[in-house]
Write a protein that binds this ligand. Structure first.
Ligand code: FES
Length: 546
């Protein structure tokens, strides 16, 4: 490579940038990230996903020692520019798009106004609650005197560049430098700017912050505190800490002008390695422990955590659902964000597609499909006969689809939504459907096992609380139709939003919350699904589309 090589970058907006390339052997992802163009490195830059794909328009790159010439689509995490190159970053690969962050929630539990940190009105009377999600992070500001929510701010977790799920981040943390970098990226690249934004929105100076409360899954709280999370990645999956923890801003290196280093920060307690403080906060804030009939809490994130309350007893499991319902690993999958297709109905005779995108972006400019659209598609395609029970396209129905909507170019059948859009054809392939069915089967089998263990059926549930961001956008009727919530009726389901954030807020407003959460933690029985009788059979049953 010559010493004056450049990466010329073309963004979807038409904006162009020119970035000098250093002589070190950094992959294209690192070069772009260093100049403020982070890509979606969802597999932790291991070459296993499509998240970091860019279009090589001019020049050539080296991939595993072989030269690849333009035009080509390349994984930026494996590509090293051989000379000056021109690349286009598709919107789906560019992580700067604003996520749809779950900032709303329902609190269904009585609480007293007795703040965790004693307020001094007008001087130290403000506190912040944080939900540290694997994908998104939300900071909420509250007035400790009035209990009023003052502002909220959300963004992607900047740790995404180390991988989009907890397993890849645990793997990355084996290297102490990465562990330190991941702590810095959640504390100073994510929470600190969000806190500043929330303070600005509420017109509250940081000097008035009396403290914070933080919820998150067990891995996120380990990384936040700079604690080695590697024991969470291997059996017997023992967390280094799981009880609530009182720290200071200085201890996690949260720094900002006006924020005292001794500002107290309360981490909420969790339950186990894969059932974290975010879920316990949800169990508490949803009020399910006070339900007189059995109830279920389902959080359909990557780990698909499920908690059953029956007669006051709590059992919980985490399903290895994977991130398919967050759009990850799918040909045109994307997280819920501006420009993503969020609703999608297909019908036959005549063939018709009906869709909606977040931000009302025209379909021709949509940057992918998010989980709710895939659920809609599975439900409607099965209902009209386009998909068979096993998730494959029905031969006769397939032939009836207009030719521009049928794709076979990747050696697999795929339905094209657009024929072609500016990002290439938006499509749903049989491989995508298989991955979605695996995620559905993991959650469906987890629900079955919890119910069977308690000796009750889905009809006995008084309420099913759907927690987390995915639940907010989901068409519940379609989720039920495809068997994602097996045997459950629509009238049983209550969408409760970001209950992790709700739990953190409750901890700030009522200091007795923490003690109650600690007691709850000890009451939850965790079921290891891989050891549960009948799990495999249930999983296989749920691989089918009803
Ligand atoms: S293939 Fe590059 S980040 Fe996954």
């Amino acid at each position: 490579m010559s010493s004056s090589s450049h990466v010329r970058v073309e963004l979807e907006s038409g904006e162009r940038r020119e970035i000098p390339v250093s002589k070190d052997a950094r992959p294209l992802t690192d070069t772009l990230a260093a100049y403020g163009l982070p890509l979606n490195t969802r597999c932790g830059q291991r070459g296993l996903c499509h998240g970091c794909e860019v279009l090589l328009l001019e020049g050539s790159v080296l991939i595993d020692g072989s030269e690849v010439h333009a035009p080509a689509t390349v994984q930026a995490c494996r590509a090293h520019p051989a000379d000056t190159v021109l690349v286009r970053i598709p919107a789906r690969s560019h992580i700067e798009h604003r996520p749809q962050v779950g900032e709303t929630f329902e609190i269904a539990v009585p609480y007293a106004h007795q703040p965790l940190f004693r307020p001094v009105p007008g001087r130290r009377d403000t506190a912040f609650a944080v939900d540290v999600g694997t994908t998104t992070v939300v900071v909420l500001l509250t007035d400790l005197v009035t209990g009023e929510v003052l502002s909220r701010a959300g963004a992607f977790n900047a740790q995404i560049r180390f991988g989009d799920n907890v397993i890849t981040r645990i793997d990355a943390a084996r290297n102490p430098e990465n562990l330190a970098a991941m702590q810095h990226s959640i504390v100073m690249e994510t929470i600190q700017p969000l806190l500043l934004r929330a303070c600005e929105l509420a017109a509250r100076p940081l000097e008035r912050i009396a403290g914070g409360a933080i919820a998150g899954n067990t891995t996120m709280l380990h990384l936040l505190t700079g604690t080695d999370p590697t024991p969470l990645g291997i059996a017997p999956f023992t967390p280094r800490f799981i009880a609530g923890k009182l720290l200071t801003a200085g201890a996690i290196m949260l720094e900002a002008d006006g924020l005292a280093p001794e500002t107290p920060l309360q981490l909420l307690p969790g339950i186990a390695a894969y059932i974290g403080a975010d879920i316990l906060a949800g169990v508490f804030a949803s009020g399910m422990v006070f339900d007189t009939s059995p109830s279920l809490l389902v959080d359909m994130g990557t780990n698909g955590e499920i908690v059953l309350q029956n007669g006051g007893n709590l059992t919980a499991c985490a399903t290895a659902a994977g991130p398919a319902f967050e759009g990850c690993g799918l040909r045109c999958g994307t997280r819920a964000r501006n420009g993503a297709v969020s609703d999608l109905l297909v019908s036959l005779d005549p063939f018709h597609l009906e869709s909606a995108t977040i931000g009302k972006i025209p379909l021709a400019r949509a940057n992918g499909l998010c989980g709710s659209a895939y659920v809609d598609f599975l439900a409607s395609a099965r209902a009209c006969g386009l998909l068979r029970e096993n998730g494959r396209f029905d031969g006769a129905a397939w032939q009836g689809i207009p030719a521009p909507n049928r794709l076979t170019d990747d050696g697999e059948l795929a339905l094209s939504l657009t024929g072609s859009n500016i990002h290439g054809a938006l499509r749903i392939s049989e491989v995508d459907v298989a991955l979605l069915l695996q995620a559905k089967a993991a959650i469906g089998a987890g629900i079955d096992i919890l119910l069977e263990t308690a000796g009750i059926g889905a009809a006995d549930l008084g309420c099913v609380y759907l927690a987390g961001g995915f639940g907010m956008h989901l068409n519940v009727a379609h989720a039920i139709r495809i068997g994602l919530l097996p045997g459950i009726r629509e009238d049983q389901v209550r969408v409760v939003g970001n209950t992790a954030l709700a739990g953190a807020l409750l901890a700030l407003l009522d200091h007795t919350t923490l003690g109650k959460m600690e007691k709850l933690r000890a009451l939850v029985r965790v079921i290891e699904l891989n050891l549960a009788d009948g799990f495999e059979d249930r999983y296989i049953d749920h691989l089918m589309l009803p």
